[in-house]
Design a protein around this ligand. Structure first.
Ligand code: SF4
Ligand code: SF4
Length: 165
């Protein structure tokens, strides 16, 4: 495990550079649609825990996986903290340590197998036809896998699965 401070670890990654600018005003939480519906989610608190070096609680808790990536917080933060990007960074760090929720693992498995997050069911195709929408086009899975391979996704994902088993 890294010996550098957690905040430094985040600052060195894309999107994490702005984390130290946070002065805990709470505008992000006040703008967040997920915080409005769940007490379990509070972006200001995630940033605070990260600034206090609380690596374990941030990376091994469930909160970082609840963000809907809507960017409301980021657009309104008076300090220009790139909160949504920081959440992505935290997820990336968590995955590197084998922490990936079941649902996201399923999404990843589907992506690798079919190039889609979820399979297209007969029911969905029927509904599309009823609404006058064309059938879904097949995915160029070879091209998708080239992207996975170039970005290191496959290696990261299989390592994450290996660490769990
Ligand atoms: S809005 Fe920005 S400065 Fe205010 S608490 Fe959230 S991240 Fe920190
Ligand atoms: S990007 Fe995430 S943290 Fe920010 S407002 Fe949207 S759901 Fe909340």
């Amino acid at each position: 495990m890294s010996t550098i401070r957690f905040m430094e670890e985040i600052r060195r990654r894309y999107g994490g550079e702005t984390i130290a600018l946070c002065y805990q005003c709470g505008t992000c939480t006040g703008s967040c649609p997920v915080s409005k519906t769940s007490d379990r989610y509070n972006p200001r608190e995630i940033i605070r825990l990260a600034l206090l070096d609380n690596r374990q609680e941030v990376l091994y808790g469930d909160a970082i996986w609840l963000c809907a990536s809507c960017y409301n917080c980021q657009e309104r933060c008076p300090q220009g903290v790139e909160i949504a990007e920081i959440i992505f960074t935290l997820r990336n760090l968590a995955i590197r340590e084998g922490k990936i929720p079941k649902l996201y693992e399923e999404f990843a498995n589907n992506l690798v197998a079919s190039g889609r997050l979820a399979p297209i069911s007969k029911f969905l195709e029927k509904k599309r036809a009823e609404y006058g929408l064309p059938p879904m086009k097949p995915v160029d899975i070879e091209a998708v896998n080239k992207i996975f391979s170039a970005t290191g996704f496959l290696e990261l994902f299989s390592r994450s699965k290996g660490e769990k088993s």
